[in-house]
Ligand binder design. Structure first.
Ligand SMILES: [Zn+2]
Ligand SMILES: [Zn+2]
Length: 335
């Protein structure tokens, strides 16, 4: 089969005759049709992830068809795959948190992913998607599952005021999810084109942190009460610190970055306002909800799509993002 492997930082090579994957017990063989590139892939491409060994077939946001009938799927069915790889037997897995598995991995990061023609995946991670979706749209179910996880964990309530830091594909997905729950949402970023997109997707207030004092804007917008809900979709400890300062009594702050830098968290602020700070990691069985969002056209994956490249040009697809990361949202590779 054809595959694309990261062989050294910033260098992806195409292989024409890679062996087809072995299909294990309870696995399904998928013919890949579209694969999105995510921020994690860009970090891997730059060689910034110590947990990734090379060569590596990246790609964890993908759609495809069932190549060979299995217990629960027929050949030709259109599917998406939850990329969280878990052992199924550790304490976290048994408690129902595969994303917190003691040996958790993500397809395309610590194990081979989807920039290739065929991939074998556990049957219980495979989901059918509606006929109305095209391959590229379906590949975006996974990034929206990150947004769904943030919302599930943070328990936003209709009428609350939320701030999403960062208007990349994940931040914009969180914005859409929060609007579905009936919140007023402010989005902060430093890039005008991203803020414009946030407006189009229903942000009630946008703030360019380079042109406007964000703390002051939050004060005015919330009538001095503060933020009920804040999400750091950038992954910057300074953002968590300012979210804590701007939070309302009873506020919740959700973080999802992988930044190892310490943040200063004053205990007094947490106690005085009874704040909750929550981490979210990948997604915990959120695909069914997100597929419903897509089926009912409640979210707008096309709005975050910046470009589509064929597999032959996967290197160009990564260079496209790396050359203009600020103005590029989702780039998808098709097979
Ligand atoms: Zn991703
Ligand atoms: Zn486990």
């Amino acid at each position: 089969m054809r595959s694309a492997k990261l062989v050294e930082p910033k260098k992806i090579m195409l292989y024409e005759n890679d062996p087809n994957p072995n299909v294990g017990l309870n696995e399904v063989l998928i013919r890949v049709k579209a694969v999105g590139i995510c921020g994690t892939d860009i970090h891997v491409w730059h060689g910034e992830r110590a947990d990734v060994t090379l060569p590596r077939i990246m790609g964890h946001e993908f759609s495809g068809t069932v190549e060979k009938s299995s217990k629960n799927f027929q050949k030709g069915e259109k599917v998406v795959v939850d990329p969280v790889v878990s052992c199924g037997v550790c304490v976290s897995c048994k408690r129902g948190y595969p994303n917190l598995c003691s040996t958790v991995k993500c397809l395309g990061v610590q194990v081979e992913g989807a920039f290739c023609e065929l991939i074998a995946v556990p049957e219980n991670k495979v989901y059918r998607f509606p006929e109305s979706l095209n391959w590229v749209q379906a590949s975006m179910v996974e990034p929206y599952s990150i947004a769904s996880e943030v919302i599930f964990r943070g328990v936003p309530v209709a009428g609350e005021k939320a701030l999403v830091f960062g208007a990349g594909p994940i931040g914009l997905g969180i914005l859409e999810g929060l609007k579905l729950r009936g919140l007023s949402v402010m989005v902060a970023d430093l890039v005008e084109s991203r803020l414009k997109k946030a407006s189009e997707l229903g942000a009630d207030r946008i703030v360019n942190g380079e042109k406007e004092d964000l703390a002051q804007a939050v004060k005015v917008w919330t009538g001095e009460f503060g933020l009920d809900f804040a999400v750091d979709a950038v992954g910057n400890p300074k953002i968590m610190e300012s979210a804590i300062e701007m939070a309302a009594p009873g506020g919740r702050i959700v973080v999802l970055g992988f930044n190892p830098t310490f943040a200063q968290v004053p205990e007094l602020f947490l106690v005085r306002k009874e704040l909750k700070i929550m981490g979210t990691r990948m997604n915990c069985n959120r695909f069914p909800e997100v597929i419903e969002w897509f089926r009912e056209e409640k979210v707008h994956p096309d709005a975050v799509l910046s470009a589509v490249y064929p597999l032959e040009d996967v290197q160009k697809a990564f260079e496209h993002i790396a050359s203009d990361p600020q103005n590029t949202l989702k780039v998808v590779v098709t097979l």
